[in-house]
Design a protein around this ligand. Structure first.
Ligand code: GLN
Length: 488
């Protein structure tokens, strides 16, 4: 049962072959068995899940089933959930129980999903291996004995979906946090157009970059999840009215004489990637050509500066967003000798090293001496990158590139902060430009681990992005059934 995709499970739920309660129990059992080892959930909500499932079964019985009725999901623990603690994987919010529901999680409730729990992540979504979590890092279900990273920051979500501890999960992507974890766990991770999914009720990291989106096993499943999550929200001033509504199975956009121009980015040709990634990239391009796609080289002249711009803009916004955790209103409070001392003690105890590093960088680049030379310069680079993507999409319909240079690394890899930042090489530019980008399995490397490719489109071209991703998925044919990955 654990190996069913969402599309397959919905068929069985509709026909009555399977009940939502049976399905939910199967997932709760699996969480019971492997939840500790994978450390993919911070908080489990079995009672809520069974109540959701019971309601779903009623809806099926009386013919009022909604789009994702009875589908058990995980929720990244960055989305506020009413009455369920929401930690952002930080000591600062360890005991925070919101009185409100984020828009995205509310939409998933309204679509009939079953909530299994809150998934692990990097503290405040800052990181790449989910190692900055106050609750310890989640583990990649692939070659589990090797204790590889499931990626970050949505590493609990990728670990849970790949291991079969939920059917799909939410993620957020500020600089790659949906796509990188998905790529190295053999999953589909969709970062939609900025503004398509509301950020309201989602703990803020860098507000002009933060993008909620789904992590799922197949492109069709991701499209179904995104359809439920997207939509205009009056409570988020950057929310767009476009909405998203996919009918699955997604239509093919290649073959039968359909012409599609697919761009590859010239400046990335010289970036070092593993031989496996290079081979899979070439293979998938050859496959797409065989279906009649035309491959065109496009130029994003400043793409190699995207990392530097991102690591100025994201910390700048983070330093401002995280100023609210001062021990006064909610979250941790450590009493000091006076007000200032209380601030200091609270923030020193509540935030981990990486979060503190980001706030220091952010505060520095926003200071009056540095604002013009760092922050404004980064903002200009950001504008140039967005303009170059717009120009590139005059020459091609969609663009593809690797999601990462290589496969999942061991959790105990000893990297410097800059080496971690460099792993975001292929993902941050799309956040700076606000364009949709989907990581889809590209194939399996020599070492038996999965690798992903990204498909990008112009703003609001999310559907076409997913449609091309589906072609790549079919060519790659990666078997990501959880019982196969875990061998149990
Ligand atoms: N790894 C990037 C960072 O640490 C991206 C994180 C994210 O997308 N939330 O900032």
């Amino acid at each position: 049962m654990i190996d069913l995709t969402i599309c397959e499970a919905l068929e069985k739920l509709k026909s009555g072959e399977l009940s939502a309660t049976e399905l939910t129990r199967a997932y709760l059992d699996r969480i019971e068995k492997y939840g500790d080892e994978l450390n993919c959930y911070i908080t489990r909500t079995p009672e809520r899940a069974l109540a959701d499932a019971e309601l779903a079964d009623k809806h099926y019985a009386d013919g009022t089933a909604r789009a994702l009725e009875g589908i058990p999901i995980g929720m990244k623990d960055l989305f506020a959930t009413r009455g369920i603690r929401t930690t952002a994987a930080s000591h600062m919010l360890e005991n925070f129980v919101p009185e409100y529901e984020s828009t995205v999680s509310q939409k998933l409730i309204d679509a009939g999903t079953v909530l299994l729990g809150k998934t692990n992540l990097d503290e405040f979504a800052m990181g790449t291996f989910s190692k900055t979590s106050y609750f310890g890092a989640p583990v990649n279900p692939w070659q589990m004995e090797r204790k590889l990273t499931a990626g970050g920051s949505s590493g609990g979500s990728s670990s849970a979906v790949a291991g079969g501890l939920c059917m799909a999960a939410t993620g957020t992507d500020t600089g790659g946090s949906i796509r990188f974890p998905s790529a190295i766990t053999g999953l589909v991770g969709m970062k939609p157009t900025y503004g398509l999914c509301s950020r309201w009720g989602c703990v803020a990291f860098a507000s002009s970059l933060d993008t909620p989106g789904p992590i799922a096993r197949t492109v069709d499943d991701a499209a179904l999840m995104l359809s439920a999550m997207a939509g205009h929200d009056d409570k988020d001033s950057t929310s767009e009215s476009a909405g998203f509504n996919a009918h699955t199975p997604l239509e093919s956009i290649l073959g039968d004489g359909k012409k599609l121009r697919i761009g590859v980015i010239r400046e990335l040709n010289n970036v070092k990637i593993s031989d496996d990634m290079q081979k899979l990239f070439n293979d998938r391009i050859a496959d797409l050509k065989s279906l009649g796609a035309e491959i065109v080289e496009v130029s994003i002249p400043n793409i190699l500066d995207a990392l530097a711009a991102y690591y100025i803009i994201a910390p700048a916004e983070a330093s401002s967003n995280l100023a609210r955790y001062d021990g006064m209103r909610y979250g941790l409070r450590v009493e000091g000798s006076d007000l200032i001392d209380t601030y200091k003690k609270t923030r020193a105890a509540g935030f981990g090293d990486e979060v503190q590093r980001r706030m220091i960088i952010g505060t520095a680049v926003l200071s009056s001496e540095s604002y013009e030379v760092y922050f404004m310069q980064a903002a200009r680079v950001r504008r140039m990158i967005a303009d170059s993507f717009n120009a590139a999409f005059e020459q091609c319909d969609l663009i593809i590139c690797p999601t990462s240079s290589g496969t999942a690394m061991p959790l105990d890899s000893d990297l410097t902060p800059l080496e971690y930042y460099a792993l975001d090489m292929f993902t941050v530019a799309m956040n700076l430009a606000g364009i949709p980008a989907c990581s889809v399995p590209a194939g399996i490397a020599q070492n038996g681990l999965p690798l992903g490719l990204q498909v990008m489109g112009k703003r609001f071209d999310d559907l076409r992005v997913l449609q091309l991703a589906k072609h790549i998925e079919q060519f790659a044919g990666v078997d990501n059934r959880p019982t196969k990955i875990m061998g149990k």
